[in-house]
Structure formats: C-alpha cells, structure tokens
Design a protein around this ligand. Structure first.
Ligand SMILES: Cc1cc2nc3c(=O)[nH]c(=O)nc-3n(C[C@H](O)[C@H](O)[C@H](O)COP(=O)(O)OP(=O)(O)OC[C@H]3O[C@@H](n4cnc5c(N)ncnc54)[C@H](O)[C@@H]3O)c2cc1C
Length: 454
C-alpha cells in the first residue's frame, strides 16, 4: 500500500510530491486534467519560496523576470519609482515573475528527475476514511478504480473534493467586487521589470510584466456578461490618459475573490494544503507562495508520520493555519485599500501616495513583509522554542548547531555543525528553529525528538 495519495498536481501537489520523493516516502500523485491550459493565475514568486525552491532543487532563475521596481500612477501623474530590491536577509533580494504554468513545468521536471511521476487524467470522485487506511474512488481515464493508501493530501484547489469529503467547513465570504484580467502586449511608457499600479479617476488597475513581451493587467471592474474585450480595457485606459496601446491579447477573463479558510488543515488521515485550505485576494500575490510553503512544511514531516501521527498532524495544522490566517488578513487589507476607489479613499490616497513613495523605510518594510522571510511559527509539538527562520545553508536533515561535547544520545540522521560556545540551536529541515538552549541543558532537545520519534 502506498503511503500517501496526493490529489491535484498544481504547484502545491507537485511540491508535496517532490518532498515525498526527496524523503523516500511512497506516494501516488493524481491529476484530473490530461493537459492544462496555458493560462497563468499566479505570477509572483517571493524570496521565501525562492529559498524553498533552492532547497528542493528547483531552478527557475533562467526563465523568470526580476521585478525590480514598482511605480504608482495617481490620477494620471507618475509618482517616484519604488525600488523593490531591498536589503533582505536572503540572497534572493527581488520577487520573480513567472507564469504559473512555467512554475508547474519546473516543478514537474524536478519531480521526474527524482524518479516521481504524475497519473494524469485521474480524478478523485470520493473517498472513505477507515481506521487504518483511505479507500479512494477515482475515475482513471474513464474507468472507475479504488486506490488504497494510508493518508490523503488534498491539493485539489478551492473546490476541493477532499475538503468536501472530509466535511471540513470553509468559512469566509465573497468580496463584492470582480476583476477583469487581460494578458496582452503593451506599447507605451511602461518600463520592463516594473509593476505599475494605476490609481485612476474612475478605475484601479495593476500591470505586471511577464517574460517575453506580454503584460498581465488586472482591472477592478463590473462584470459585463461575456469575457471582457481588449477594447473594453483600451477605452478605460484612454479615458484615464495613460498613453498606452494594447494589442495581441492572449487571455481575457473575469475573476471574483473569496476570503476563506478551512476549519482545520488536518483531520484524521486527511491533510489540506494550498487553495484547498485557504483562498484570498491575489493582492500581494501570496496564494501559491503560501500553498508551496504548506507542502514544504508537511513534506519533511511525512517520514515520521507512522511514529508520531498526532504530533505531525497537529504541528502542520497549528503552524500553517496561523500563517494562512495572517496572509488572508493582510491580503484583504491590501485589497480593500488599493483596489477601493470610493471618494473618501481617493482623497486619502491623493495625500498618502506621494508620501509613501518617498519613504524608503516603508519600501523596505513592504518588501520584507511580502518576501515571506519574516514568517515565525507559534509553539507546536515540533516547535518548542524559537520558531523563526534560521539563516543558513539548506539541508535535507535536522541540523544541530553547537560546540558542545556533552550531547545526549541523538538520532543518527541529524547533522551536528559548528555553532556558538554557549548555546545550541536545533534547526528543522524546513530551516525553522525548533528548539534552543544553553550548553549542558538538553531538556528541550530530548523532548523535541521524543515528540517526533515516538
Ligand atoms: C488572477 C490570479 C492571480 C494570482 N496571482 C498570484 C500570485 O502572483 N502569486 C501567488 O502566490 N498566488 C497567486 N494567485 C493564487 C494562486 O493561483 C493559487 O493560490 C494557486 O494556484 C494554488 O495552487 P494549488 O496547487 O493549491 O491549487 P490549483 O492551482 O487550483 O491546483 C489544483 C489542481 O488539482 C486538480 N484537481 C482538482 N480536483 C481534482 C480531483 N478531484 N482529482 C484530481 N485532480 C484534481 C486541478 O486540475 C489542479 O491541477 C493568483 C490567483 C488568481 C486567480
């Protein structure tokens, strides 16, 4: 029997499968689509996920656009350029822009390199959770089959069959406003490598440079029935006086925004990750990034699941649901401030935007908060003290940084590396500090491995 059934080969399911392959955990990855459309939802990849990609061996550097600048156009007037390259505590200083299908292609390539595979055209229909296993009914290229695994990971997006089947509620609400989306070429004064936020007299729009000659436009808009036409965007931007010409559209669509979170991310033999567990406004571009970090978090814990099922599940749930709640709060706030063009907020923006664009302290703060580098996990069975990110070389194993010579017996797959003369620091494979203490005092170190191994 395979250990885990991963449902959905989006960016999150692929990352979880890579983690399983790296740790030698047997998995089945199913994806209902045989071929995915070349439309990209997510674009931005922040420093935190760039670090994660380095750790799991995914190299996107050659294909992405470095997003160096942001420029706000306030009612037709271009404001001072904001530098997004900031002094971050990482070698990855700028966000990268890469269409989601390219990110998925890089993840898939890595999975195949590691000997993994994807069963395409296989849809999860329903499942049954028994005390010792999962029985999953799938439609495998038109034929119904039963798959038997020990665990089930729902990486199957916002309408998750896994979440529904596990009766986990998805509380939240739908934002009243909709957005029109367009991927096309633009000629005009916009400079490459820049995110343009256009706060107009009657509209709010964001322009993101894509690799090649395309731009992604997201425009707050009324739904007008059918997909918006290029003309629809052009007319609005002509009226705002941006001096740009749109051409060669690749994708025209609408989307609505939900702010929702699952009641729990782990229940019995079931885990929820990515959009199956949390959805929110794309303002701030955090959805896929957060989901990839869910998979990175759960993946390294899987080898321990038979010995410590309760601690693996509860640590995943506690750690990741807290982060998701924070991400949703911040994305909602950004959405309500940036995309809202009510008269009083327009008045506030007229005063605040020129100040904000001149304040380099605020730019550094914004870059840090979006980078995903400031994450800190709360105490959980697998965070006994610390919880912050450790700035060190990635390792597939736990690392103990110390110079102590009186260490208690430790598991064999732990790396002991040089550290301070007074203290020891235990770093998990996902580079979060799990516990720390003074040399000679090893209570937390022993407790951590007891939680993980028994
Ligand atoms: C316009 C827009 C812009 C965005 N921009 C950003 C951004 O810049 N940065 C960012 O981080 N996020 C962004 N997001 C959010 C991001 O796209 C999502 O968070 C991300 O796609 C979630 O990945 P996932 O793998 O959890 O789910 P999905 O990408 O939805 O993948 C789920 C997969 O599961 C498969 N599946 C579903 N049901 C089944 C089943 N029953 N059986 C088998 N397979 C199944 C689906 O076919 C799919 O392949 C944006 C979203 C939108 C709408």
């Amino acid at each position: 029997m395979n250990k885990i059934l991963i449902c959905g080969a989006g960016p999150v399911g692929l990352t979880l499968a890579i983690q399983c392959a790296r740790y030698g955990v047997e998995f089945i990855l199913i994806e209902k689509e045989k071929e995915k459309p070349l439309y990209s939802k997510a674009l931005a990849i922040w420093s935190g996920v760039q670090e994660t990609f380095e750790a799991i061996g995914v190299d996107i550097s050659g294909s992405a656009v470095a997003l160096e600048y942001m420029q706000i156009i306030l009612e037709g007037a271009a404001q001072k350029v904001i530098h997004l390259r900031q002094e971050l505590p990482s070698k990855y200083k700028v966000p990268l822009i890469l269409p989601q299908y390219d990110t998925e292609a890089h993840l898939k390539k890595r999975l195949l390199e590691l000997g993994g595979s994807i069963q395409e055209g296989v849809e999860l229909l329903s499942f049954q959770e028994l005390p010792d296993k999962i029985l999953a009914k799938v439609l495998d290229n038109g034929v119904e089959k039963i798959l038997e695994t020990s665990w089930l990971a729902g990486c199957d997006g916002a309408h998750s069959v896994v979440r529904h089947g596990a009766s986990i509620s998805f509380n939240g609400y739908k934002e009243p406003d909709n957005f029109a989306l367009c991927d096309c070429e633009i000629s005009g004064p916009f400079s490459a490598n820049s995110l343009i936020m256009a706060l107009g007299k009657t509209s709010v729009a964001a322009f993101f440079p894509l690799p090649g000659s395309l731009w992604r436009i997201v425009l707050k808009s009324e739904v007008i029935g059918v997909a918006p036409s290029l003309d629809f965007f052009q007319r609005i931007f002509d009226k705002e006086g941006y001096g740009i010409k749109l051409k060669n559209p690749r994708w025209l669509s609408y989307f609505s925004v939900h702010e929702r979170i699952a009641d729990t991310f782990a229940k019995g033999r079931i885990f929820l990750l990515g959009d199956a567990a949390h959805v929110h406004s794309p303002a701030g571009g955090q959805g896929m990034n957060t989901g990839i970090q869910d998979a990175y978090n759960l993946g390294w814990k899987f080898p321990y699941i038979d010995r410590a099922p309760g601690n693996v599940s509860s640590s995943y749930n506690i750690e990741r649901s807290l982060i998701a709640r924070k991400v949703i709060r911040e994305a909602t706030l950004k959405e309500h401030i940036i995309m809202n063009h009510s008269p009083w907020l327009k008045w506030v923006k007229r005063i605040a935007v020129p100040v904000v664009t001149h304040c380099s302290f605020l730019h550094a703060k914004l870059s840090y908060s979006l980078s995903g580098l400031g994450l800190c996990y709360p105490l959980s069975p697998l965070i006994l003290k610390g919880g912050g990110r450790f700035d060190g070389t990635p390792s597939i194993k736990h690392c103990l940084y110390t110079t102590a010579t009186d260490l208690p017996p430790l598991p064999p797959d732990l790396l002991v590396l040089p550290g301070s003369k007074e203290r020891w620091v235990l770093v998990r494979p996902d580079r979060f500090i799990a516990a720390e203490g003074r040399i000679g005092e090893y209570g937390l170190l022993k407790a951590y491995f007891q939680n993980l191994l028994t």
